[in-house]
Ligand binder design. Structure first.
Ligand code: NDP
Length: 483
C-alpha cells in the first residue's frame, strides 16, 4: 500500500500526528488507492511557517516571472492530461471525458493566470494637488489557506491556487479527504515546473481537524474555500473574528425554466445532463426544472427518453453517463432525500433506487431520479442534494417561473430555454444568481470568466477570471509628490 506524505517547504514529510487515512475508489470500496496523512494543527503550523518564510522572495519576484512558472505548469498539466484524468476517474469516480475536462480547465486557468502576470493593471491618475501623481498597485495578501471540494478535484485547486500565486501570495492547500491523490499529483507537477520551495505546501487530513486548524491559524492571512454552505458559514464566522480575508464558493439549488416556445429537444438534453451527469455532484447541477404547462407532458416524455440514455456505471466504462456517488455518507444522504420526498407526497416519475447488485455491488450507485408534484417548500425542493435527483414543476408564466427559481436560499446558477429574446433578457435580469444561462444547461464556466453565486451560495467573491485578482490581492494607493 503506497503511503503519501505532506508537502512542506518542497519536501515530503510524515504527519506529526503519525496518523493516516485511506483514499478509496467510490466505484469499488475494496480498492484502496493509498494512505494519506491525517494531519493535525502542528502540521498546519509547520506548513504555514514554510509559506511565511517563502513569502518575501516570492512577493518580490516580478509577476511575469511568476507567470513563467505557472505557464510551465499548464504545459505539464496538458502533457499528463490522460494520466491525471485516469487518477480522477479512480479516486473521484467521474467518467474519463469529465475528468479530462477537469484537467483541461486546470491548464486553461494556468495559461490565463500566467497572462495575468503581464497585466495586473492599476491606475495612474491626477492628484488634486500640483506636481503629485496618484497611483494604485496590486499587492499580495500574504499566506493563503486554500480548502477544496472533491467534485472537480484538480480544477478547484487550480482555480484558487494559480490566481493566488500569480498575485505573489504563498499557499497552504488542504484538499478534500476524498481526492488527495489528485492533490499529490499537483504537488509533483509544481516541483517539476520549478516553483521555489515553500511557495506551495500541501497538507492532507480531515476537514474538522486539519481544515479547521488552517482556518484558525493566526499567520494565515486569507482563506479561500469551496464546499458546502454549512461549512462555509462556520469558516466565515472564524475569519470574521480574526478579521481575515475570506472567499467562499458554496452550494447551489439551481433551476432551469423551459418556456412553451423553447427547443424542447435541446432543453430535455440540457436538463438530463444538468441533473444526472457526474451523478448530480456539481455545485451547478440542475436540481429543479420549471416547465411551461402548454408543453409539460410533451417535455416530460422527451426528458424521460433522454434520462434513459443516462447509463449508470463505473467511470472507466466509456458508455457511463452517471458515475458513482463519492462516499457512503453522501450515498446515504441522497437516499434519505428520495425516501423523504416519497413520504412528503411527491410522485416518483423515474428511478429512485440504489443499485447494489453485480457491477454495482462494491460502490455507491443511484439511478437518475425524477419527482413531480413536489411541494416548492419541501426539503427536496429547497435543499442541495448533490446527487442525481431532479424535481419538476409546472408553471404557467415567465413571472411564476422566475419567482419559483428564486424561492431558495441559494443563488448559484439558473437557466432558461426559450426562442423569445425578451423572455431570455427578462430572466437574465431577474434570476437571483451569480451565473445565468440562456438556452444552455445550468453548468459550464470558462477560466477567464468569474464563477460564483449570490445569497447563500457565496460571500460576494469570484474565482477565477480577472476578478480573482481582487480576492488574492490588496490595493495599495501611492501618492508621489515631485513639487
Ligand atoms: P464540504 O463543505 O463538506 O467540504 C469542503 C472542504 O472543506 C473539504 O476539503 C473538507 O474536508 C473541508 N472541511 C470540512 N469541514 C471543515 C471545517 N469544519 N473546517 C474547515 N474545513 C472543513 O463540501 P464537500 O467536499 O462535500 O463538497 C460539496 C460541496 O461543495 C457542495 O455543497 C457543492 O455545492 C460545493 N461546491 C461549490 C462550488 C462552487 O464553485 N460554488 C464548486 C464545487 C463544489 P474533508 O474533505 O476532509 O471533509
Amino acid at each position: 500500500m503506497q503511503k503519501y506524505m505532506n508537502l512542506v517547504n518542497g519536501k515530503y514529510v510524515e504527519p506529526l500526528t503519525g496518523k493516516y487515512f485511506e483514499d478509496l475508489n467510490p466505484a469499488d470500496n475494496t480498492d484502496i488507492i493509498g494512505i494519506f496523512p491525517r494531519s493535525g494543527s502542528d502540521d498546519i503550523k509547520n506548513a504555514v511557517r514554510s509559506a511565511k518564510e517563502a513569502f518575501p522572495a516570492w512577493r518580490d519576484l516580478p509577476p511575469p516571472k511568476r507567470g513563467d512558472l505557472i505557464y510551465k505548469l499548464g504545459e505539464l498539466l496538458l502533457k499528463n492530461q490522460e494520466k491525471l484524468a485516469k487518477i480522477i476517474v479512480r479516486e473521484m469516480g467521474k467518467t474519463l471525458p469529465e475528468s479530462m475536462g477537469d484537467i483541461q480547465s486546470s491548464a486553461d486557468v494556468a495559461y490565463f493566470a500566467a497572462g495575468e502576470g503581464r497585466r495586473m493593471y492599476g491606475q495612474t491618475t491626477y492628484s488634486a494637488q500640483f506636481r503629485k501623481w496618484a497611483i494604485t498597485k496590486r499587492v499580495p495578501v500574504g499566506v493563503c489557506g486554500l480548502i477544496t471540494a472533491w467534485n472537480a478535484p484538480m480544477a478547484i485547486i487550480t482555480w484558487k491556487l494559480l490566481p493566488a500565486v500569480i498575485c505573489g501570495n504563498t499557499v497552504v492547500l488542504k484538499p478534500s479527504e476524498d481526492t488527495p491523490l489528485t492533490a499529490h499529483m499537483f504537488g509533483e507537477l509544481i516541483k517539476e515546473a520549478g516553483f521555489p520551495d515553500g511557495v506551495i505546501n500541501i497538507i492532507y487530513g480531515m476537514g474538522p481537524e486539519t481544515g479547521e486548524a488552517l482556518v484558525k491559524e493566526k499567520d494565515v492571512d486569507l482563506i479561500s474555500f469551496t464546499g458546502s454552505t454549512k461549512v462555509g458559514r462556520k469558516i466565515s464566522e472564524e475569519c470574521g473574528r480574526q478579521m481575515k480575508k475570506c472567499s467562499l464558493e458554496l452550494g447551489g439549488k439551481n433551476g432551469l425554466v423551459v418556456m412553451d416556445d423553447a427547443d424542447l429537444n435541446a432543453a430535455a438534453d440540457a436538463v438530463a445532463r444538468g441533473a444526472f451527469s457526474t451523478a448530480g455532484q456539481r455545485c451547478a447541477s440542475t436540481s429543479r426544472a420549471f416547465i411551461h404547462e402548454e408543453i409539460y407532458d410533451d417535455f416530460l416524455k422527451l426528458l424521460i427518453e433522454e434520462t434513459k440514455k443516462m447509463k449508470v456505471g463505473v467511470g472507466t466504462d466509456p458508455n457511463t453517463k452517471v458515475c458513482p456517488i463519492i462516499n457512503k455518507k453522501q450515498f446515504t444522504d441522497i437516499m434519505g432525500y428520495i425516501k423523504g420526498a416519497k413520504k412528503d407526497g411527491a410522485t416518483l416519475l423515474y428511478g429512485g433506487n440504489a443499485l447494489t447488485e453485480g457491477e454495482f455491488s462494491k460502490g455507491y450507485f443511484i439511478e437518475p431520479t425524477i419527482f413531480e408534484n413536489v411541494d416548492l417548500y419541501s426539503k427536496l425542493a429547497q435543499e442541495e442534494i448533490f446527487g442525481p435527483v431532479l424535481a419538476v414543476f409546472k408553471i404557467n408564466s415567465l413571472a411564476e417561473a422566475i419567482e419559483k427559481v428564486n424561492s431558495v436560499k441559494y443563488g448559484l446558477t439558473a437557466s432558461i430555454f426559450t426562442s423569445n429574446m425578451r423572455n431570455g433578457l427578462i430572466a437574465m435580469e431577474k434570476f437571483e444568481v451569480g451565473c445565468c444561462y440562456v438556452n444552455a444547461p445550468t453548468f459550464g464556466s470558462e477560466p477567464h470568466m468569474p464563477f460564483g453565486g449570490v445569497k447563500d451560495s457565496g460571500n460576494g467573491q469570484r474565482e477565477p477570471g480577472t476578478q480573482s485578482l481582487d480576492v488574492f490581492s490588496e490595493w495599495k494607493t501611492i501618492y508621489l509628490n515631485y513639487s
